[in-house]
Design a protein around this ligand. Structure first.
Ligand code: AMP
Length: 290
């Protein structure tokens, strides 16, 4: 496996692939890879001549008091996972090369970063867009793969690549779940067995909202169904539950076009997020969505 730590080396390799007419796929991650990440890797391997995974725990996207220091770093296991997925190149830069002394530039997407997770994580999306922009500039992929698990992040990155004309195709990937319905996440590792079992309440809340949405387009009723499920779980401390337009992420009162139910809930030491599609009543739910 090729492991590159310097942007110059990575870019030189990418330029060589471009000269050879090879297509490049990038899967940006913070490591601690699980099946969800693996599904992105497998798609990149299948659809591109060269698949690059980046592993970088980006300090810019963590706020004060968040879990940057404790974020799981599992380098050896990650390399084995990447090899299993057929990824041959890893870009794993250090903080010193990503943010050298004097670093003063950031990328900020307006509007989409006003609500949802941004309210309790100010500055988070500026950190995400800045690091993703840097990764795209170094790796120069034709396609970059992002999970719908982080729905707001996906929307923000699409907006950034469109607005700045980066010419990168952003490929959305469905949320990979455990058999219980719990969305896979590196932060699930913070949970005890009991908390993990109870964390299924997030996906159950989404399912309850979706089933009410099959009968009504009223956001209040749809949200009430989700909140009722969450209220029944004593360990769940809700950060937000919102029904938003699937593209603009603006809160909706009625579901007249594709919407998304998004939620963030603290269970024990972990802040977990999840989301699912909500379509106008009568619309068939696309297979594999969610
Ligand atoms: P992270 O390492 O948490 O920054 O995630 C790296 C990428 O994997 C992001 O595009 C995430 O949206 C995606 N991802 C994380 N968990 C899942 C999941 N359960 N299913 C699909 N994609 C995921």
């Amino acid at each position: 496996m090729g492991i590159l730590r310097q942007p110059d080396g990575m870019r030189a390799l990418s330029r060589q692939w471009w000269r050879e007419g090879r297509t490049l796929g990038l899967v940006p991650t913070m490591g601690n890879l699980h099946e969800g990440h693996l599904s992105l890797m497998r798609s990149a391997v299948a659809e591109c001549d060269e698949a690059v995974a980046s592993i970088y725990v980006n300090p810019l996207q963590f706020g004060a008091g968040e879990d940057f220091d404790g974020y799981p770093r599992t380098w050896e296991a990650d390399l084995a996972t990447l090899a299993e997925a057929g990824v041959a190149t890893v870009f794993a830069p250090t903080d010193a090369v990503m943010y050298p002394p004097g670093f003063a530039t950031s990328v900020e997407v307006a509007g989409l970063t006003d609500g949802l997770c941004a309210r309790s994580r100010p500055g988070h999306f500026r950190g995400v867009t800045t690091v993703v922009m840097k990764l795209l500039c170094v790796v120069l992929p034709h396609r970059a793969y992002f999970g719908e698990k982080d729905y707001q992040q996906l929307a923000v990155i699409r907006r950034m690549t469109d607005d700045l004309g980066l010419g990168v195709q952003i490929v959305p990937m469905p949320t990979w779940r455990e058999p219980s319905g719990l969305a896979m996440s590196s932060r699930n590792g913070y949970l005890s067995d009991d908390e993990r079992a109870r964390a299924v309440v997030l996906s159950r809340a989404i399912a309850a909202a979706q089933s009410v949405a099959a009968e009504t387009d009223q956001a209040a009723a749809i949200l009430a169904a989700a909140n009722e499920v969450l209220a029944a779980e004593p360990l769940a401390r809700v950060d937000y539950v919102e029904l938003v337009d699937a593209e603009t992420l603006e809160p909706l009162e009625r579901v007249e076009r594709p919407a998304r139910l998004c939620l963030a809930v603290h269970i024990g030491p972990a802040r977990l997020i999840d989301n699912g599609p909500v379509l106008p009543p009568g619309s068939p739910l696309p297979l594999g969505e969610g």
